[in-house]
Design a protein. Sequence first.
Length: 175
Amino acid sequence: MRTLSVCLLLLLLVPQSAMAVITFTQLDDDIFVVSHRVKGIGLRGKAMKLVYTKTASLCIAAGFSHFKILGQESETGQQDDVANASIRAQFYFADGDGRVGCERNSNPTYIQQAREKLARKGYRPPQRTVESPSTAHTAAAEASPVEEASCTIEQVAAMARSGLTDEQILAACTQ
């Protein structure tokens, strides 16, 4: 009886994250679905927190630095089921609108687990393509000459201050 009590006490003291494994499915080169199912006692909030950590960890293990959540689902624990959560995320090599840094939210244990699983699956990260601002500006200028633009400098500046991307501004000014 004493041994059983000690075992139960140890199970309660060990964080569930230490017992959790990373579970994911790769949908495309840079799109993954990461999931977590609470084992034992825990609710949806705990499941969501862990799936965020697992997503950030997988992001690093796959060779990226940022991710954007494309969709998420969660269920609270019921009598016949446990709490779970999943995130569909796209990974990126650089920061951008709506992207989250992976390093800050990751966990070394999950990074290692993800690296091992990726290696077993024969994962190869996509080629890193970085488009410089000057290249993007040149390509946009070639696609739509400035002479065809219908916006004033003041309008362009106002759109830029409001957070529109160069592509959005260009599209608005060439219509």
